[in-house]
Design a protein around this ligand. Structure first.
Ligand code: HEC
Length: 161
């Protein structure tokens, strides 16, 4: 009895959520969808940066913490798998958005995938080094890891940093 009630509650909740998702997508104009896509990709990059900041601090002399270094690098490696998806929506036709993404992104999806994969690989290599607890080896892997951000920004982002 209890079990049936729980199942009923869960399926009701899913229906409610499902309906509201559908309604949202249908109600949004193309301009609103573009703005949402930009919002979404900026959120991903901000969260990636949030995780990189403590690591960059260690590279600049803050106390070394191998656990945080490994954990945050693994998080970035996972989040970076979303980058090609987030940079797949061509938002160039809309002027209601604020973006630093260059229009060349939309015709270079293969290269975006390559650059995202480089970040994934370098973040994991850094995390592998951190898992040994060795500071010198870990920080030595930071150049390639951090460089993977600039390597994409230099090509696909307005030069503002
Ligand atoms: C494959 C390409 C690519 C890689 C790799 C990449 N970025 Fe970016 N990043 C972009 C693009 C494109 C934008 C511009 C997004 C926009 O303004 O719509 C951006 C924007 C940002 C922003 C600004 C977000 C905002 O609020 O406007 C931050 C912060 C950022 N990236 C951090 C990073 C960090 C840190 C890394 C590496 C750990 C990284 N990115 C790796 C392509 C990339």
């Amino acid at each position: 009895m209890m079990r049936r009630l729980v199942v009923l509650l869960i399926s009701t909740a899913l229906v409610v959520i499902g309906v509201s998702f559908t309604a949202t997508a249908q109600d949004m104009s193309p301009a609103e969808q573009a703005a949402a896509a930009v919002d979404q990709r900026k959120s991903l990059f901000k969260t990636i940066r949030y995780n990189l900041v403590p690591i960059a601090g260690m590279a600049q002399g803050a106390p070394f913490n191998a656990e945080v270094a490994e954990r945050n690098a693994r998080r970035i490696a996972v989040m970076a798998t979303m980058i090609p998806e987030m940079l797949a929506v061509d938002t160039s036709d809309f002027d209601n958005i604020e973006t630093t993404a260059l229009d060349s992104i939309w015709d270079n999806q293969d290269d975006i995938a390559v650059k995202a994969q480089a970040l994934i690989d370098n973040a994991n290599a850094f995390a592998d080094a951190a898992s040994t607890g060795e500071m010198a080896a870990t920080l030595g892997a930071f150049r390639a890891f951090g460089g993977s951000c600039g390597n994409c920004h230099d090509t696909y982002r307005v030069d503002n940093d």
